[in-house]
Design a protein around this ligand. Sequence first.
Ligand code: BGC
Length: 400
Amino acid sequence: MSNKKNFPDNFLWGVGYSSHQVEGNNSNNDWWEWEQEGKTKERSGWACDSWNRYPVDHRLAQELGCNAFRLSLEWSRIEPKEGKFSEEAIEHYRKVLRDVKDKNMKCVVTLWHWTLPLWFSHRYGWHKKESVKYFTRYCKKVIEELGDEIDLLITLNEPRLPLNRGYIIGEFPPGKRNPYWFFKARKNMVQAHIKCYELSKKINRNISIGLTQYCNDFNFVGRCKPIKVLTEKIEDFYNWYFFTQIGEAQDFIGINYYYGYDYKITWKYPFFERVVKNDEMRNNMDWEFSPKGIYELVMDAWRKYKKPIYIFENGAADAEDRIRSQYINGHLKYLHKAIKNGADARGYFHWSLIDNFEWLEGFWPRFGLCEMNYETMERKPRQSYYFYQRIIKHNSLDTE
Ligand code: BGC
């Protein structure tokens, strides 16, 4: 007997990627500089050459059946020098967004997916108060020039993660270990988002605007009261801080979810440690399969904020395509359960359409529904691409 799990009408089915990870030749930003300094395993170089090959990517998404496509704009191309906007780059992105629209997909656009123009990173950085003003100016330009093509606007992608790795651990640009700057930068990001929200509502009310956060489902071993309280505190810090701070200045809640771990408490920063399970479904980066976490997070977000929720990232580094289909199925089952239990989840975006440049790790982790041949730049759908295609086509999971 078939046991169909239908998704709501108008549910957004999408895929996503970000400028620096796919475009290639983004030589005017802080990550490029970081790569030249030898701080990543590989350099992004031509990446997937999506700057030129975007129509191929869009066609792959269209053939997959997507009704939405998530991409990011490269600030360092749009504003290559302080206060000097590049008409050429804006025109390029206009073509990119129109091409998405022509293929009957909604445009989900991220303003900042971790890369900063060199003029900004050298002179300012998120920890400087000027960052608010300059990011807002960039946002204003984008909305004025490209706003008509944008359906959903994500100001910041996962702000907590690069802040932590860039201002505490020091392995991402700007490579600092300075908690004071961490807090300054975090505050500025919150302010920048709120300002962008306000101005976006003045310029173009049709755009839905919010941010997306990397969320983790924290399962602490032990169930006593102090552990429960601690878990909530950690989740408030890791998952919900930005959403709570920006309050009403958001039209939706964006969740990026990859894995959940079991943890135990320790006395060393960050005061908890992973309990490693022996798991067949672990991906190439050793991330465990924990689909139930998506349910917990969506339900928590719904209870806390009562706003539409989108899963903007969910995926696995899986070069052999061994677990990806099951990974998608597992997470969608739990997302469906959350919808059934009343959460207003409106979309799922798989990360990623194609293999791409995975930051510190370089090119070895392969997150794509399509396999990249970096020699020929050919994109080849994997089996999981067809698996996801069937789900999208039926707008449902067939669990039998
Ligand atoms: C980031 C992506 C990255 C993915 C997989 C997310 O945190 O937004 O840029 O590729 O994780 O690591």
